[in-house]
Design a protein around this ligand. Structure first.
Ligand SMILES: C=C1C[C@]23C[C@H]1CC[C@H]2[C@]1(C)CCC[C@@](C)(C(=O)O)[C@H]1[C@@H]3C(=O)O
Ligand SMILES: O=C(O)CCC(=O)C(=O)O
Ligand SMILES: [Fe+2]
Length: 382
């Protein structure tokens, strides 16, 4: 299976870049913000094509969905929320929710722990690095995965799922990877992920209602899912106009529940232009991912978005990626495949496990991941 990974190397980096590390005998760039920020110029690996750097023209504040009525079982509020969701997801796959029921103190604690993680010495962070082919662990600009268009960010990701042996998998992960000193951090993210999963299942009900299908359909599909939690830290950048915190993409996952701090930088592609998402500390950003788009047979759109960096401030975001159990077949409900006559399938059956493996080993998730994945699947079958 040919690798589609970006393998271009740039020897000039050896001169420019203050820090390299040897990986499998190959010199790769080491994303150490404390060193890189002192550099006068942005290393070439972080420079993005001009087509990706087009400025945002407007701010996108709507649709903002108040969940309080739905959570109380108010039918009028439920149908209003469903209508807003239907319009937003049919067009661009982005909305925000307020009065979601998540404790603001838990959100604050999750941000505090971001600093505990990324404030560790580089040697410690490299010791908890994401393994090739996996999602979990630390990553510095994904410099060990790609050689160009590197994102100006550090990430730390881990799984959240129920399993027979433990119902505190996040606590276990933090203790095993970061040590017993991080048990408290593990509990903060255990509670945070539990709150995200609870909110995700509420939103799944609303999504089903908005599509006019059986209310529990998606809730049941995701109940036993294996989700991914990611902490993002975007350091200040000496040349933010040429860099990207996270490049243009749609999430290959199903549903993303994101909280951004007050710095700002998230943008979504709506009405054929990039629009800034103004931070609201009381809101969660929700976007439809590729897998959920397939679960609606393309009725709901996977949201195209990106994150910019700035010269002055660090930016942080907490991102919860809702995923189904890895072996579940991704197939739209039959109610979406019949409107008095048969509706053609837009995507073949697949599993999240296969799409995840594709993004981790064969294709850098971008603005066309699902199409590339379908082509790749078909190439395997031919
Ligand atoms: C399954 C995943 C792959 C990524 C993390 C989750 C969902 C979002 C994906 C990602 C953020 C999309 C942009 C590119 C990417 C490489 C990144 O910038 O981190 C993607 C993640 C990844 O492959 O690690
Ligand atoms: O940090 C952000 O605002 C966006 C991050 C993102 O899109 C992602 O991690 O998938
Ligand atoms: Fe994303």
């Amino acid at each position: 299976m040919s690798s589609l990974m970006d393998t271009s190397t740039s020897s000039s980096t050896l001169v420019l870049c203050p820090a390299m590390e040897l990986k499998d005998g190959k010199e790769t760039l080491l994303f150490d913000p404390s060193l890189l920020q002192k550099q006068p110029n942005l290393p070439k690996e972080f420079i993005w094509p001009s087509k990706d750097l087009v400025h945002a023209q407007d701010e996108l504040k709507e649709p903002l969905i108040d969940l309080s009525g739905f959570l109380k079982g108010n039918e009028e509020a439920t149908s209003q929320a469903a209508e807003l969701i239907r319009t937003a997801c049919t067009n661009h796959g982005f909305f925000q929710v307020i009065n979601h029921g998540v404790d603001p103190g838990l959100i604050r604690a999750a941000y505090d722990e971001i600093d505990a993680i990324f404030g560790l010495p580089m040697s410690k962070k490299l010791g908890m690095k994401r393994r090739t082919g996996g999602v979990c662990g630390y990553s510095g600009a994904h410099a060990d995965r790609y050689s160009s268009k590197l994102p100006w960010k550090e990430t730390f990701s881990f799984g959240f799922h129920k399993n027979e042996s433990s119902d505190i998998v996040v606590v276990d992960y933090f203790k095993s990877v970061l040590g017993n000193d991080f048990e408290h951090t593990g509990w903060v993210y255990q509670k945070y992920c539990e709150a995200m999963k609870k909110l995700a299942l509420v939103i799944m009900e609303l999504l089903a209602i908005s599509l006019g299908i059986e209310r529990m359909h998606y809730r049941d599909f995701f109940e036993d899912g294996s989700s991914i939690m990611r902490c993002n830290l975007y350091p200040p950048c000496m040349n933010p106009g040429l860099a990207m915190g996270t490049g243009p993409h749609s999430d290959p996952t199903s549903l993303t529940i994101l909280h951004q701090d007050q710095v700002g930088g998230l943008q979504v592609f709506v009405s054929n232009k990039w629009q800034a998402v103004t931070p609201r500390q009381d809101a969660f950003v929700v976007n439809i991912g590729d897998t959920f788009m397939a679960l609606t047979n393309g009725r709901y759109k996977s949201c195209l978005h990106r994150a910019l960096v700035n010269r002055e401030s660090e930016r942080r975001s907490l991102v919860f990626f809702v995923c189904p159990r890895e072996d579940r077949t991704v197939r739209p409900p039959s109610d979406l495949l019949w409107t008095g006559m048969e509706v053609p399938r837009k995507y073949p059956d697949f599993t999240w496990s296969d799409l995840l493996e594709f993004t981790q080993n064969h294709h850098r998730a971008d603005v066309a991941t699902l199409q590339s994945f379908i082509h790749w699947l078909r190439s395997l079958q031919s």
